[in-house]
Design a protein around this ligand. Structure first.
Ligand SMILES: [Zn+2]
Length: 158
């Protein structure tokens, strides 16, 4: 990492500490950078907002997308104090930044009590064996909306 990249990572780490110390949530922070400027940042805010999806990366992605008025993070770099969980990994892929830098690893997070390994294991299991059962129904009705989407004019593809 360059000195500039280290400085952005330090911001993410600082956010992880201030978020933790102000009881916003767990010790996680994230900064999103475009053209050398911070366009979004966030700390884990699960506890303060009662939002289980308020992980630092999600908070920062929402913040950055609002800043630039776009739903894509083309040309952006994401700095996170910890290797992303499966939810944030998905969000990162949807947001499509150019690169992700992380500091702590998944194993470090697990040692601190934040173990997302079980989610990876759940993904491998058939639906009926998962902790949260997934039950399918009414596909014909829901699928009609997909057909309407396919035929819809003037839609924005993402
Ligand atoms: Zn996450």
């Amino acid at each position: 990492m360059t000195q500039e990249q280290k400085a952005f990572m330090q911001m993410a780490i600082d956010l992880s500490r201030t978020g933790m110390n102000s009881n916003m949530g767990g010790p996680f922070g994230c900064v999103i950078v475009k053209d050398g400027k911070v366009i979004g940042s966030g700390s884990n805010a699960v506890l303060s907002t009662n939002d289980p999806t308020a992980h630092a990366e999600i908070v920062a992605i929402r913040n950055a997308c609002q800043t630039i008025g776009d739903f894509q993070l083309d040309g952006c770099e994401l700095y996170t104090s910890c290797e992303p969980c499966p939810m944030c990994l998905g969000a990162i892929y949807w947001a499509r930044p150019d690169r992700v830098f992380y500091a702590n690893t998944k194993k470090d997070a697990a040692k601190a009590g934040f173990d997302d390994q079980f989610i990876y294991e759940e993904l491998e299991l058939p639906y009926h064996k998962r902790k949260i059962p997934f039950i399918q129904g009414m596909r014909e009705d829901a699928e009609k909306v997909f057909q309407e989407w396919i035929l819809k004019e003037n839609k924005t593809l993402y």
